[in-house]
Design a protein around this ligand. Sequence first.
Ligand SMILES: Cc1cc2nc3c(=O)[nH]c(=O)nc-3n(C[C@H](O)[C@H](O)[C@H](O)COP(=O)(O)O)c2cc1C
Length: 380
Amino acid sequence: MAIRFLTAGDSHGEALVGIVEGLPAGLALDVRAIQRDLARRRMSYGRSSRQKIEQDEVALLGGLWKGKTTGAPIAITLPNRARTVQGKDGGGLETVPRPGHADFAGMMKYGFDEVPPVSERASARSTAMRVAIGAIAKAFLDELGVHAIGHVKSIGAVSADTSDLSLARIRQRAGRSPVYCADARAAKRMMAEIQRGRREGNSLGGSVEVIVTGLFPGIGSHVEWDRKLDGRLAGAMMSIQSVKAVEIGDGLSTFRARGIDAHDAMQVKRGRVLRPSNHAGGIEGGMSNGEPVVVRIYSKPIPTAPRRAQTFDFATLAPTESPYVRSDICVVPVLAVIAEAVAAWEILAAMMEKLGGDHMRDTLAARDRVLAEQSRRLTK
Ligand SMILES: Cc1cc2nc3c(=O)[nH]c(=O)nc-3n(C[C@H](O)[C@H](O)[C@H](O)COP(=O)(O)O)c2cc1C
């Protein structure tokens, strides 16, 4: 059985619910680690007052025995506090579809004359559950020595330069930054940019990078399109609200390069392959190649902003302006947390296909066998 998850719940309903199935038994899960990632999601700079309302009191309802997984499905709940602030029927603007949102297409598809049945589910509140599930994936990856870190590369016109920073530095500095940016100077300018956006009534987009370290070669597969790790990561990343482009490695610059400059030379040393560069972003032919996996995502400026867009009222078909309710200004910092979680899940799923195991002991033993065999074959 492949590992999988399913989520349910509306933005202002009772709760978000998730079920994860297929994890091996014996994996220690600490609710506090999930809370920590949810707090990172909530606390990032540029978000709306809703984040002060939400507490994200996560509960794990099944699939655990004495703090470790049992192999049974894990049920996760996250109550929504904001349901008391903006009820499902509130606002009086339920028939005005907002440009840039799922409203219009969802109303046409599912036959609704009102926005909320669509917007309540399309809302990025659902990413809180993806972060919780990603935190579970990160606990699994931790055991295997695999680590994912998301950090902000740009907001509006301000870009970070992290080219000289080690991974440890990126993690440390991004962790301390209110905008999850490892370049402190750029972070200051990003915050000023967000403040300007707030004053001018405009939202801001940007980009985020996720780096995954500790992967051995051969996770994913070249043999069929839907088993390719790059395709799976790109699809999962693209499914995050507001993400409009995904880049693996230097995909958005190497397409201009000439042949040899776009690829990463190889040399064998002490049982492993070394490379001077990582243009491929750690994936070749749909498989991890042993280098850090690097994925970047690009977010549009979110659609709801004090500056309103032209639209129409579904009830009268008369022109009107899109409603403005409490809204984030810039979700790029929080995308660093979400993208990290989403990448962690995809890597976990691909690793479980490679290693399998009903108990973590089996999974770890399989990993050790793979590492020993790979090293043996690269030693003469
Ligand atoms: C964490 C997060 C928070 C978001 N908050 C808002 C918001 O407050 N207002 C808004 O208009 N869009 C917000 N968005 C973006 C919309 O959810 C998204 O643009 C919309 O659902 C349409 O999906 P699409 O942009 O992927 O096509 C947010 C996105 C994310 C990832």
